[in-house]
Design a protein around this ligand. Sequence first.
Ligand SMILES: Nc1nc2c(ncn2[C@@H]2O[C@H](COP(=O)(O)OP(=O)(O)OP(=O)(O)O)[C@@H](O)[C@H]2O)c(=O)[nH]1
Ligand SMILES: C[C@H](OP(=O)(O)O)C(=O)O
Length: 216
Amino acid sequence: MQKWRAIVPIKQGAASKSRLSGALDHPSRLALAGAMAGHVLGVLYQCPAVSSISVLSPERPDSWDGIWVEDHGRGLNAELTAWRDELDGAPALVIHADLPLVSLTDVGALLAMAERHGSALATDRAGHGTNALALDHSAAFQFRFGPMSRLLHTAHDPTMPVLRCLGLMADLDTPDDLNFAESCGFKVPAACRWEGSALAHGLHKTGKTFDQECIP
Ligand SMILES: Nc1nc2c(ncn2[C@@H]2O[C@H](COP(=O)(O)OP(=O)(O)OP(=O)(O)O)[C@@H](O)[C@H]2O)c(=O)[nH]1
Ligand SMILES: C[C@H](OP(=O)(O)O)C(=O)O
């Protein structure tokens, strides 16, 4: 059933993808962020369980003519709370825009888990963050995106299962994340130019593999 309301928060301007500033110049970071956001939105578009997709950003992205939720600059958690308040209890999916490997299967697994348990969270590679959060209930929930958000979210709701699957774990914030995503097949947009030749890019190809794991 198409029931999930999805939102993809997108930071814009110079602040976007700041942890990559040593590796990529600003236009390149924008190109990369745009490509990743396009990928995430494309996956959501194909997801049969998702009934609407919103983009949360300070300005309407040029290439987005879907639902746009204006970010008033109150901080990500306050902006998401205001968005959820408007949903009248409908199931809510928050998913980050920087997940270059995410697939339909990954999103489907998260939503199925949330439908079984009432909510579910997808953590990052370190197990510290929250890359996606699905709430299949109308009770109040305090968004705590930011450092250690996985622990903060699960402390708020200790019954919330945590999904660890490659596409939802591999957010791309740092040069190491970029190398990891490339080692998994992500193609960096041709428009990206590296700062200082190979300064950060390609310094350490990890070649890691990942076990997919669900922690109910
Ligand atoms: N609209 C909006 N989106 C945000 C905000 N903060 C973070 N995001 C988005 O939330 C997701 C996770 O953000 P971060 O990894 O913390 O930020 P980032 O810009 O991707 O990277 P850094 O600048 O290195 O922190 C990404 O999709 C961001 O675009 C915010 O204040 N407003
Ligand atoms: C918003 C934050 O993302 P990160 O900055 O860790 O990529 C989080 O995981 O809660």
